[in-house]
Design a protein around this ligand. Structure first.
Ligand code: 13P
Length: 390
């Protein structure tokens, strides 16, 4: 390890409207839209697990002229690759590059929770450096014990990824602190620890990462607290950590993992469909017990300066609610494409909603709808909702 970490090579131009996550998020931190500079906004990173997710996200980005940030977890890549994450990476990236070629917006592809600790994980991170435009080096948890990784080891592994990625123009996101919750079978922890401000300065200086996921109380998954709880994030700590990072380099951007909100209208819609089906699997109570992070808390982070907000769970919930609705509407429809279209439209609604909430629209061009008129409503068709917001 050389003394000074390599700087991100910003001279690399990715083809076909592709760019790094850092480039998109820095624009958000600086409030840049078109040729103007205004209020800071946040870039939602959508975890996509299927081609439907990619199609829906592109549609939302292009309608709104938003930054396009698509994130892939290891298990999503396995799904794309029928069990082989490296093959899945190739398949997903080839598809995205073809879509991005004619896109009206710029798009970044990001490896979420890349693991540079285990041999299997390293192979995926190395492949991601070849094919994506941004990677996360999540070495804050020791995968063998599920406990926090000693700081030295986290720095060492993260720095190896920076050494590999920065010279070829890929941004790297590090994680400091342990985030609780179940994101998917490959990323889970039962407990969380806040990021220690005393470790932050050393971590940032020695790794050279320009993107950091600190832990300030967010949690992955659909149960972010006990039923009825209101999740409370440590906003004062968020401010403190950001002021330390900004002192080092004001191009460092902060990332909120576990940023899914719970949309009451989605829960209501899902519950009404489950009731029509007679609740055969006892799913109604599970839906009613879901706890998300309220938007005012996420807004608190955005105001503090967090500019990438990771969302997966809320979009999965939207997808499932719309699938339940599709089944109730016509349970004898023997056409996979019909269900595919209904759920893709629902995902598009979910993405549009979050981009508007985060202020991420009009970045590359004017939105094709009046954002303040858009109503997120799974009981209506996307075409009607877009027409009404014209
Ligand atoms: P949610 O589970 O809140 O959607 O968080 C997803 C996430 O942080 C992916 O990295």
């Amino acid at each position: 390890m050389t003394k000074t970490p390599p700087k991100l090579n910003t001279d690399r131009i990715f083809p076909d409207n592709m760019t790094t996550a850092h480039a998109l998020i820095l624009k958000a931190k600086n409030g840049e839209k078109g040729n103007t500079t205004g209020k800071r906004y946040a870039v939602p990173a959508f975890n996509v697990t299927t081609f439907q997710g990619i199609n829906a996200a592109f549609k939302a980005f292009e309608l709104l002229g938003s930054s396009g940030l698509l994130a892939f977890s290891n298990s999503a890549l396995k799904h794309f690759g029928s069990g082989d994450p490296v093959f899945g990476l190739d398949v997903a990236v080839d598809y995205i590059i073809k879509k991005a070629k004619n896109s009206s917006v710029k798009v970044a592809t990001h490896l979420d929770h890349g693991d540079y600790v285990t041999d299997k994980g390293r192979k995926v991170v190395q492949a991601a450096v070849q094919r994506l435009t941004s990677v996360m080096a999540d070495n804050s948890t020791d995968k063998s014990t599920g406990l926090g990784m000693p700081l030295e080891k986290n720095i060492e592994f993260t720095r190896e990824v920076v050494d590999m990625a920065h010279p070829v123009g890929l941004s790297v996101e590090g994680e400091l602190g342990v985030l609780a919750g179940v994101e998917d079978e490959d990323t889970q922890s039962e407990f969380s620890t806040y990021t220690n401000p005393e470790e932050l300065d050393r971590f940032l200086k020695e790794t050279g990462v320009l993107m950091l996921a600190p832990t300030i109380g967010t949690k992955h998954g659909p149960n972010k607290g006990k039923p009825g709880d209101k999740v409370k994030l440590n906003i004062p700590l968020a401010h403190k950590l950001l002021s330390i990072a900004n002192e080092i380099n004001d191009e460092i951007v902060f990332v909120a993992h576990g940023a899914s909100t719970l949309y009451p209208n989605v829960v209501e819609y899902a519950v009404s469909q489950i009731e029509k089906l007679g609740d055969p699997s006892g799913a109604k109570q599970k839906w009613l017990d879901f706890v998300g992070t309220d938007w005012d808390q996420i807004q608190g982070l955005i105001e503090a300066g967090f500019c990438k907000i990771n969302t997966d769970t809320e979009n999965r919930q939207t997808y499932l609610a719309s699938l339940l609705g599709a089944i109730c509407t016509n349970s004898a429809k023997i056409d996979i494409r019909w269900y595919d279209n209904v759920t893709t439209d629902a995902l598009t609604q979910s993405y549009i909603q979050k981009l508007i909430m985060a202020g991420d629209y009009g970045v590359w061009h004017e939105p094709a709808i009046q954002v303040e008129k858009f109503k997120f409503d799974l009981s209506r068709s996307l075409a009607d909702l877009l027409e009404e917001a014209k």
